[in-house]
Ligand binder design. Structure first.
Ligand SMILES: Nc1ncnc2c1ncn2[C@@H]1O[C@H](COP(=O)(O)OP(=O)(O)OP(=O)(O)O)[C@@H](O)[C@H]1O
Length: 286
């Protein structure tokens, strides 16, 4: 694929990862990987530890550069666009903000406006309003003046989301956004993400909780050993067989009594090792 495609008459809007290949030293980390997330959809990026989820998010966000292949948003190639332009299009919320020594929560969130500020201009009223909105959406108004370094893991996670939202991206990448969050905060976080997607935001979130992913994602992409082994509707993808093959865990998948979404009940470690993966058949493209 060299150009964004139309699939079944749908437009090429959304995220397209096309044959991305990435090695570190001699180690193959991402292996000729294709996947898509339709515009305005919530995509969940799933897979065991070390599968390549964070690396793929870094490649899409332009933090790492692929050896081959491309990530596009609509018709725009994310790797070749200018950094500032890309930062107005794509935001990545990771678990820690590294460059925040001595900053308050509000100041960290305001960093999200950087790509929108003029060369020597300070923040405008609109910039301030967007930061205030991000703080409010992430439930951080009470913490706005606190030192970021003094926050708990869950509080930091919400700041990182608010900073990414302040970027006003069209594509939001989230790396384990529910890590450290209590159950109510997890549901609030993913509920907010869903609401933003209804407003047109495209989201790709690396998650470990399969039931939580199935409850909130329109679309799942399952990685193992740097490859996509399945992708599509959570109902179709998250089967007991796939969970056994990819995670080495026995599970039943039942419909949630209230929502009908897949609910994964784990029964234990599978007898068969995960080593069956290389024979899982051809790569599946969503
Ligand atoms: N800086 C690095 N140097 C060498 N190898 C790395 C580096 N960063 C990641 N890797 C390796 O790349 C592979 C993919 O890592 P990655 O962090 O993308 O996986 P992940 O799916 O996000 O895992 P997790 O669920 O544990 O966060 C792993 O084998 C990891 O050890």
């Amino acid at each position: 694929m060299t150009e964004p495609r139309s699939v079944d008459g749908r437009s090429a809007d959304g995220l397209w990862v096309d044959r991305v290949h990435f090695t570190r030293g001699n180690r193959l980390i991402i292996d000729d990987l294709d996947c898509t997330v339709p515009a305005g959809a919530v995509g969940a990026l799933l897979g065991p530890n070390g599968a390549g989820k964070s690396t793929l998010l870094h490649l899409i966000a332009g933090i790492e550069r692929a050896d081959a292949g491309a990530a596009r948003f609509g018709e725009r190639d994310l790797a070749t666009m200018r950094r500032r332009e890309r930062a107005r299009l794509v935001a990545l919320a990771e678990q820690e903000v590294a460059d925040a020594p001595g900053l308050t929560v509000a100041e960290v969130v305001a960093l999200g406006r950087t790509p929108h500020l003029g060369a020597f201009a300070g923040p405008s009223e609109r910039d301030r309003a967007i930061v205030a909105r991000g703080l409010e959406d992430a439930g951080l108004l009470d913490l706005a003046d606190r030192d970021y370094g003094s926050l708990s893991g869950g509080e930091r996670q919400r700041v990182n989301l608010a900073r990414a939202l302040a970027q006003e991206p069209e594509l939001l990448l989230l790396d384990e956004p529910t890590n450290h969050l209590d159950i109510r905060a997890q549901l609030t976080m993913l509920g907010l993400v869903r609401e933003l997607a209804r407003g047109g935001l495209t989201v790709l979130a690396a998650l470990h909780d399969l039931s939580l992913a199935a409850a909130h994602a329109d679309h799942v992409v399952v990685l193992a050993e740097g490859r996509v082994v399945a992708a599509g509707d959570p109902h179709a993808v998250l089967t007991p067989e796939l969970i056994r093959d990819v995670w080495g865990v026995e599970a039943s998948v039942i419909g949630h009594p209230a929502t009908g979404r897949p609910l994964i009940a784990y029964a234990g470690i599978a007898d068969s090792p995960v080593a069956s993966l290389p024979v899982m058949g051809p790569r599946v493209q969503a």
